[in-house]
Ligand binder design. Structure first.
Ligand code: FES
Ligand code: FE2
Length: 435
């Protein structure tokens, strides 16, 4: 059980709060590069700040205040120029550093006043990596955008999935270090959602949590897999500060504000050996729905949709003073303490955990990965099983709503058609221990 003060602290996202300032020390993925290719301007809200993300005609990215510094018009209705974003109200033009480049009428009426040099728009840096656009809202000097090993993998089809989830990001992050929920929320609940009453999945017998340089690992022994199984010898990664990494994909929980988060997934499918060499053109970005429009209830058919149900059920901002933690929650307790320690480290003027500043380290950040050789070397097509194995699943099982064109592009890359089992994704989920 947490004290009220610590509970409040962990949920904070705005600038000037200890946790909000901690989060600002890290780059956050906020959109897909391919999204802005279709539409160059996107309104975003990030850690309590209303902002506008854009790609100008010269190809440069910018992230600026939603409101124009002239008379506060909404810059998400502005238009991009060769350099920068122009307000649609009176035409003031701003570059991605926040400088005012033009004030059309002032420049004619009062050119000697140099008024434009006296007005700036709030601006933050944006970097593109792995098909994602990353934002940094913290103090300079900014660290590097982490160059995780999967971003360098070849012969794969990557896709980005984004959803807005109306609850605090930390509820999602606590789920990144919670192995036991997989048995119940994904496997057993999927059996019940299919209308069956059993048999239930093999139980967890033993779990372990360890901290390492880039986050924490969780490991498990279940009734059907012993201590020589890679889920015990390698495990999965709760990635610092705000992601889950399972080998096939990253799931970032990006704070929109204290009561909303953006779920950003980067998923990698290794193509079969017969399809090599495969070079992907554009990494598609799609938006996954979370609510069933007909019933008004949360969607429950896919892995992450099920996770969202848990986080949303905890409330917009979970009240942890009312919890009763057990042995299964050792990982959760561990990371809560680690964030609080990091807040103290920052107060002492130190860098918090997992900040990358050294380009030599950032050439490639290796992470623990189950079946890593399959991601790197691939398999012959015949060995791609139709089961929920994060390496070889023949279906996008993580979120509902994959657009037809993305499914088609995936099939073109993989060289075979997606196969759905008779019972759909729920059947796959109730038959696996792999996530
Ligand atoms: S409000 Fe933006 S130019 Fe006037
Ligand atoms: Fe889950």
């Amino acid at each position: 059980m947490l004290t009220e003060e610590r509970n409040r602290l962990l949920g904070q996202t705005s600038a000037g709060t200890p946790m909000g300032d901690l989060l600002r020390r890290y780059w956050m993925p906020i959109a897909g590069v391919s999204e802005l290719e279709k539409n160059p301007i996107k309104a975003v809200r990030l850690m309590g700040e209303d902002l506008v993300l854009y790609r100008d005609l010269g190809g440069k990215y910018g992230l600026v205040d939603r409101h124009c510094p002239h008379r506060r018009a909404d810059l998400s209705y502005g238009f991009v120029e060769e350099c920068g974003l122009r307000c649609n109200y009176h035409g003031w033009l701003f570059d991605n550093d926040g400088r005012t480049l033009e004030q059309p009428f002032e420049d004619v009426a009062n050119p000697d006043a140099h008024y434009r040099d006296k007005v700036r728009v709030k601006a933050y840096p944006i970097e593109a990596k792995a098909g994602l656009l990353w934002a940094y809202l913290g103090p300079q000097p900014a660290p590097l955008v982490p160059n995780y090993e999967p971003f360098l993998w070849e012969n794969g089809f990557a896709q980005i999935v984004i959803s807005e989830v109306p609850c605090n990001w930390f509820q999602g992050q606590e789920n990144s270090i919670d192995p036991v929920h997989f048995e119940w929320m994904h496997r057993n609940w999927s059996i019940r959602l299919r209308g069956e009453t059993g048999p239930y999945a093999p139980r967890h017998l033993k779990i372990a949590f360890d901290e390492f340089e880039w986050g924490h690992t969780y490991r498990r022994v279940t009734e059907d897999a012993g201590e020589d199984d890679p889920l015990w010898t390698v495990g999965r990664v709760c990635l610092w500060p705000n992601a889950l990494f399972t080998g096939s994909h990253f799931e970032w929980r990006v704070p929109i504000d204290d009561e909303n988060m953006l779920s950003v997934t980067w998923h990698f499918s290794r193509v079969p050996n017969e399809r090599e060499p495969y070079i992907q053109g554009t990494i598609p970005t799609w938006h996954g729905p979370i609510k069933d429009a007909l019933t008004g209830k949360w969607i429950t058919s896919h892995v992450m949709n099920q996770d969202f149900v848990a986080w949303l059920g905890q409330g917009a901002l979970a009240d942890r003073t009312k919890e009763h933690l057990g042995t299964s929650d050792r990982g959760v307790i561990m990371i809560r303490k680690r964030y609080l320690d990091d807040i103290d480290a920052m107060a002492r003027g130190e860098d918090p955990k997992a900040i990358v500043r050294d380009p030599a380290i950032n050439r490639r950040i290796d992470l623990p990965i189950v079946n890593k050789d399959v991601f790197i070397n691939g398999l012959p097509a015949g060995q791609y099983a139709n089961k929920v194995n994060s390496v070889v699943a023949r279906s996008y099982i993580f979120q509902v709503g994959q657009p037809e064109e993305v499914r088609q592009a995936w099939e073109d890359a993989m060289g075979f058609e997606r196969e759905e089992p008779k019972g759909g994704v729920l059947e796959l989920l109730s038959a696996t221990r792999r996530a």
